[in-house]
Design a protein around this ligand. Structure first.
Ligand code: NAD
Length: 272
């Protein structure tokens, strides 16, 4: 299976499905999961300074034998490193840990009040210096993005937000689309919570796919990039087998209707 890519605002291609590696802190487990993913066709890895596995991500990439420019690496600046100079320093540390000479996508992890605009300005500078291929943010609401628009020359090209059928984020998705910002869904499966949903299970059995595949396909048909996390080899594989079937508009609408505006993670307006 070849995972298709989304063309971002600056024409860079980002795979629609990548491997999320949050909580992969066991070294061997992380190395093995990432190696397997790359072997079967994943070409994007989503890490963060917070996840404490940038070293393993870099190692797994080097050991894969796949050319660097065929792999899309995302990492993020953590909250206590925000601000202009701090972000530039945090980036250096991430680059060293990954053992890379550039990063594909660099994100502000959360919009730390009074700092996220300066943090983004540093990301913009890294983009101008060609140390990253794409500038972006995570967990930014429209009002955060608007503050950035007022100060930035190059607008964020990706916003990575919590998004799954129980938190469908219709308004923020529409806002991002209007500004040519690609949306990436974190916890695309609602950390496993949405897998047991009755409507989704019914659709899954009628199309002969798993609930996880139906959810990830729903994201894809909504033009949303996903980064499902698993360390289980057959699930890693299952999560990329979503390009050989299609949900009808009726099925898409049924899934839209299970939204409850229910988060599994923190709210960007009240996080701590
Ligand atoms: P997820 O929705 O990807 O769910 C992961 C859970 O679902 C795991 O417990 C896994 O065992 C289970 N699972 C995965 N595939 C399955 C399958 N096919 N069948 C059954 N169960 C399956 O949630 P997540 O890990 O929170 O999010 C994914 C990634 O998003 C993270 O690894 C990380 O990279 C990113 N993330 C980013 C932020 C942020 O603030 N930017 C926050 C959380 C997560």
């Amino acid at each position: 299976t070849v995972i298709p890519s989304k063309t971002l605002a600056n024409r860079v291609e980002m795979p629609y499905v990548g491997l999320g590696v949050y909580k992969m802190t066991d070294r061997e487990e992380a190395l093995q999961a990432i190696a397997k993913a790359l072997e079967i066709g994943y070409r994007a890895i989503d890490t963060a300074a917070l996840y404490n596995n940038e070293v393993e991500v870099g190692e797994a990439i080097r050991h894969s034998g796949i050319k660097r420019d065929e792999i899309f690496v995302t990492t993020k600046v953590w909250n206590n490193d925000q601000g202009y100079d701090e972000t530039l320093r945090a980036f250096e540390t991430s680059l060293k840990k990954l053992g890379l000479d550039y990063i594909d996508l660099y994100l502000t992890h959360w919009p730390v009040e009074d700092k996220f605009v300066e943090t983004y300005r540093a990301i913009e500078r890294l983009y101008e210096e060609k140390l990253i291929r794409v500038p972006g943010v995570s967990n930014h609401h429209a009002h955060h993005l608007e503050k950035i628009f007022a100060k930035a020359n190059v607008l964020p090209m990706v916003d990575q937000i919590e998004l799954h059928p129980y938190l469908s984020q219709e308004e923020l998705r529409a806002f991002c689309k209007e500004h040519d910002i690609a949306v990436t869904a974190w916890s695309p499966l609602g950390r496993g919570k949405v897998l047991k949903d009755e409507t989704i299970s019914k659709i899954a059995s009628s199309v002969g796919k798993t609930a996880a595949q139906v959810i990830l396909r729903w994201h894809y048909q909504n033009d949303v990039i996903t980064i499902p996390k698993s360390v289980t080899l057959n699930r890693i594989e299952e999560n990329m087998q979503i390009f050989d079937f299609e949900l009808t508009s009726e099925q898409m609408t049924q899934i839209d209707r299970v939204n409850k505006n229910e988060r599994v993670g923190q709210n960007p307006d009240t996080f701590h």
